[in-house]
Design a protein around this ligand. Structure first.
Ligand code: FAD
Length: 307
């Protein structure tokens, strides 16, 4: 059995594993894919102290750093269940059961995709999901934001300070964002908002995005926009479906509810990164919360084990 088992090996999980191993406790990591979302990222320019890097390069350093410690790494394994027995028990897809005194859940999240032709092809070539990360790449250019919820309107306001022009496309007949954000967006001269707009395709020249097609859901008309970038903001889905019957409290959106030390509603279970209620989903933030959750779990182990 493990003292601390980390589920997930993105930035949050890797950080949690290193912090645990450095305490000299029996540490394991089980993950579907080492690196998580970072493995899908092209350029990274906001990982402080590293001016510029690429996703796969950062994943390789993460893995090298974890492997430098005595950590039992179980990669390419999906976790399907968590239950409390005499210890905390994690079931893998292949049926194996892992036991641990404490857990750090760091299964991250995935951006909801539009599922239209061209979206996958131009991912990282104009199709983007993170304005904090990729906004500056579109300085002085025209972009669209897909989605008129809070994240879409926040993205539009943020991007409008950097890019030449932002068009927001909302599928519904009204924006779902908070009124204060909508008012701010409407007051900015370089933001246009189109309602009832169903994005139907991402268009490009084979190398980069050149625009998009959308259908006006009221008139039925097909329209095109010329753009350098498309920010898809239709939701970030936490990878927590497997926790539904675990007793770990989730929000309505599926985020793991965590206290400031990473603790969840189940004793001995801590969580970190994009899968949690922690605000702002970024690499450096995930790493920090992984360290917090790991130290939280270590503190729990110290207090709960017999003298
Ligand atoms: P993740 O990175 O999502 O890792 C989750 C881990 O859990 C993975 O190992 C996964 O395989 C595993 N997992 C999930 N479910 C299971 C399961 N059931 N069983 C076992 N394992 C499981 N942030 C920045 O700071 N700068 C950027 O430039 C940047 N660019 C980005 C570009 C893109 C395209 C995307 C998608 C994200 C970007 N981000 C960026 C956001 C950043 O990648 C995330 O905030 C960060 O990776 C979150 O880390 P995490 O460890 O919480 O989760």
């Amino acid at each position: 059995a493990f003292d601390l088992l980390v589920v997930g090996a993105g930035p949050a999980g890797a950080s949690a594993a290193i912090y645990a191993a450095r305490k000299g406790i029996r540490t394991g990591v089980v993950a579907d894919r080492f690196g998580g979302q970072v493995a899908d990222t092209v350029g990274i320019e906001n990982f402080i102290s590293v001016k510029k890097t690429e996703g796969p390069k950062l994943v390789a350093s993460l893995e090298e750093h974890v492997r430098d410690y005595d950590v039992d790494i179980m990669a390419n394994q999906r976790v399907v269940n968590l239950r409390e027995g005499d210890m905390l028990e994690i079931t893998l897809e292949n049926g194996a059961v892992l036991k641990s005194k404490s857990l750090v859940l760091a299964t991250g999240a995935r951006w909801r995709e539009m599922n239209v032709p061209g979206e996958r092809e131009y991912r990282g070539k104009g199709v983007a999901y993170c304005p904090h990360c990729d906004g500056p790449l579109f300085k002085g250019k025209k972009v669209a934001v897909i989605g008129g919820g809070n994240s879409g309107i926040e993205a539009a306001i943020d991007l409008a300070n950097i890019v030449e022009h932002v068009t927001v496309l909302e599928f519904d007949s009204k924006l779902r964002a908070d009124e204060v954000l909508v008012r701010k967006a409407r007051s900015m001269a370089n933001i246009d908002i189109i309602l009832n707009a169903q994005t139907t395709a991402v268009n490009g020249d084979g190398q980069r995005v050149q625009g998009l097609s959308y259908k006006d859901r009221v008139s039925g008309e097909d329209n095109q926009l010329e753009l350098a970038g498309i920010f898809v903001q239709i939701g970030l889905v936490p990878n927590t479906e497997w926790l539904k019957d675990s007793g770990v409290e989730l929000t309505a959106r599926g985020e793991i509810v965590t206290a400031s030390n990473g603790e969840t509603s189940v004793k001995g279970v801590f969580a970190a990164g994009d899968a949690t209620t922690a605000p702002f989903k970024q690499i450096i933030i995930a790493m920090g919360s992984g360290a917090t959750a790991s130290l939280g779990a270590f503190d729990y182990l110290m207090r709960s084990s017999a003298p």
